[in-house]
Design a protein. Structure first.
Length: 111
């Protein structure tokens, strides 16, 4: 997609892949899983406990997130830890979380 007002040059397949990533992140449970892996690697059990959902549900979401390359797995012995390994994903999520936090502050100041 050249053009687009001088913005990003991205082809149709990349647009579809990007849309799929955003669709996956639009699910609150999946987004919480990604955020749980943002600062440090997390195991399925730790995420299940932290998010108060079953380990099998965490594993189901992790399969989708790994397939979309939003998370990476790191096997340590018999346990697998998941982390946001791509700096682009890490930066985007951190920036968006900051944006949301700033928006809340702006509403309080305006009110």
């Amino acid at each position: 997609m050249a053009g687009m007002g001088g913005g990003l040059r991205i082809n149709e397949d990349e647009v579809v892949e990007l849309a799929e990533m955003f669709r996956l992140m639009s699910d609150p449970t999946r987004l919480k899983i990604i955020l749980a892996c943002l600062d440090e690697p997390a195991s399925v059990g730790a995420m299940a406990d932290r998010l108060q959902i079953s380990a099998s549900l965490v594993s189901h979401h992790l399969r989708l997130l790994r397939a979309a390359r939003l998370l990476q797995a790191d096997r340590r012995g018999r346990q697998v830890f998941y982390v946001v390994g791509d700096p682009h994903i890490r930066s985007m999520l951190t920036d968006m979380a900051d944006h949301v936090a700033e928006g809340g502050e702006a509403e309080i100041e305006a009110g």
